[in-house]
Design a protein. Structure first.
Length: 279
């Protein structure tokens, strides 16, 4: 088989060696494909958080009917990645603070554990989020990984499909004046069963907007690579995704891009982590 593939018609040492080399490469490719096919759909991260597989393959990224920074629609191919099933909670972040000695985030005095341990942590800047994910043996997802995890391989407006956001699907369009955001506005992670993404991931629209790894550039989609885009090499702001409890319904679309200074600490910003599926 391989002698014909490499164009060898005579039995020579050179042809025999080349044939063996091609056969070895094919074997490696087949074994890699087989390994990828056997990736578990769910794993548990080092921090104890459940994670789900977002399989390798292409998806369409962007939002043709929105701002110029979300155009054009373009196909991107990504490697397989595991994504946290839930936003990082106050309970898990408390363990990180205890182990790392890191300064607590803004709003932390409002956290009452264990009662509010199932709420997403807020008031964290990009560096806090990045430090947690690294501590947990993970990383922040790229913007492309986040969007694919939220909308799936098809072009759909929201994690759950095309239906307009409502109170059964997401936590949004709230206000909080002189209130405890954790107790009065945020919902426990894993709320809104009907609002899950195609991969079963919770709260990728509303509750808290989420940090990603990427620097923000409004023109990036016009120059983005087609495979595993990781954002610009530098910038002033980091991409945040998903909208929050504070957002209007139109700001919950999976393709919508937003950005914040990496040192910004907001009462509507949290994060989740990702982990490469192949090591």
């Amino acid at each position: 088989m391989f002698d014909k593939l490499v164009g060898c018609h005579d039995v020579t040492k050179e042809c025999e060696a080349l044939t063996m080399l091609v056969g070895a490469v094919f074997g490696l490719l087949l074994s890699t494909t087989d390994a990828v096919g056997k990736l578990p759909e769910k794993i548990t991260g080092k921090d104890g958080a459940p994670m789900v597989l977002v399989p390798a393959g292409p998806f369409t990224m962007g939002n043709e009917g929105s701002g110029a920074n979300e155009k054009p629609l373009h196909q991107v191919s990504l490697d397989a990645v595991y994504m946290d099933l839930y936003e990082v909670t106050t309970a898990r972040y408390a363990r990180f603070l205890e182990k790392s000695g890191r300064k607590p985030p803004d709003q932390w005095t409002a956290v009452r554990l264990p009662q509010l341990g199932d709420r997403p942590v807020i008031g964290v800047d990009w560096h806090d989020a990045d430090a947690y994910c690294r501590w947990a043996g993970k990383r922040l997802p790229t913007e492309a990984e986040w969007e694919k995890a939220a909308r799936g391989p098809e072009v759909q407006a929201y994690p759950w499909g095309e239906e307009r956001p409502n109170a059964a699907l997401a936590n949004f369009d709230k206000s909080c004046f002189l209130c405890n955001v954790y107790a009065d506005v945020l919902k426990p992670v894993g709320s809104y069963e009907k609002g899950k993404s195609p991969y079963g991931i919770y709260n990728m629209a509303g509750n808290v907007q989420e940090w990603t790894a990427d620097w923000y550039n409004e023109r990036y989609y016009k120059i983005s690579p087609k495979r595993n885009p990781a954002g610009p090499s530098e910038g002033l702001s980091k991409v945040v995704r998903g909208g929050s409890w504070l957002s209007r319904r139109t700001l919950l679309q999976s393709g919508l891009r937003n950005w914040e200074s990496p040192t910004s600490r907001q009462a509507h910003t949290g994060f989740r982590c990702a982990q490469g599926a192949l090591k």
